[in-house]
Design a protein around this ligand. Sequence first.
Ligand code: HEM
Length: 418
Amino acid sequence: MVSRRVALTAAGVGIAGVAGAAAVGAAMMDDERSPASASPGDAVAFYGEHQAGIVTPAQDRLHFAAFDVITKDRAKLVEMLREWTAAAARMTQGRDAGLLGAVGGQAEAPPDDTGEALGLPASGLTLTIGFGRTLFRDAAGADRFGIADRLPAALEALPHFPGDALRPEISDGDLCVQACANDPQVAVHAIRNLARIGFGVVSIRYSQLGFGRTSSTSREQTTARNLMGFKDGTRNMKLEDTDLLREQLWARAEDGAAWMAGGSYLVTRRIRMTVETWDRTPLAEQEAIFGRDKGEGAPLGRAKEFDEPDFDAKGPDGQPAIAKEAHIRLAHPDFNNGAHLLRRGYNFVDGSDNLGRLDAGLFFIAYQRDPRKQFVPVQRSLARADILNEYIRHVSSGLWACPPGVTGDGDHWGRALF
Ligand code: HEM
């Protein structure tokens, strides 16, 4: 094996040799890729005050789906939500989707579960539902299901941001389900079975597979890396930050929509990366763009990943150690009226485009109490000045009201709304 020293970072933190890099890879498989203090096969509780899949330690895989409601019949929609809830409660515990059993039912009818997750463990599966603006009012403003008066003010349509290249066919939607699991087959199975159960009531508008969490949502998890090779999620809101979560993650009745108390608002953005251009960018420039070094993930001018960034520090050239347009400065709460986000995005690679470039990037997922005060101002400051914009393009966007958790038998997704 070649044994050469690979200088991974201009800030001086290096990884010794290819063997060292392989060891880092192995450690990532063992530590970074599995939920904190649970084995990857374990089940996550479905019932609770809040929906699972928000502060749950981020699993390794994603299948996200946005649905259009294709019926005008409110009763059919509510019945489907009831059936979805029952199926979700079963599948998240490692069971099949159908009440008749995996291959149960009548021989002349399709089986009650598609079958591809039979024998697989629960794999940390969480299913998190969200409601889009268009469920409340259609494009012409008409009340589709008698819930227009419950449209939360916080679900105000996101503004256009400079540089947005959004494709309508992979944006928005009436409903969404975020399936996260440690086994891609389990996540895909869950979305597929919800779509099967919803036949005639909903149809999939678009869906997105993701791998390799790009955030940690618990202090017990090590920080994973995004496809630009940087540690991502270092200064994320985490499940241990209970006071901050109360203040910035969970919606309250007094925010305006009583049915959302204990819920949270979700912003999804499919962000394409021009990885080929990024891979030709000098290391020092990559690090200046984020304001962190690549090996350790420390803020520039500091030594360790979790050191607080010092935005006043100057480099040897007398310039700010963390550039004025660096990503971590522009996104920092100090420069955004104290706004925090709970990020839990995933990497994606959907093959390549017709120019032979990887169709790769970040499926950005962020939860918050009020996007008008959190995602919107942060994205405004990033869209205005972030040097990272040269290497990324936002191509899809979604905004969702994710209701509180289902509390037990008799309760179902959307009960308080409908
Ligand atoms: C921090 C990557 C897009 C909000 C970071 C960090 C990295 C990163 C490497 C530093 C580590 C950390 O604290 O997590 C990326 C990449 C993006 C992207 C590759 C696009 C492809 C966004 C967007 C937003 C955002 C769209 C929100 C509008 C934040 C926030 C922080 C952060 C709030 C923490 C800032 C702090 O408190 O220090 N991001 N990010 N990022 N990012 Fe992004």
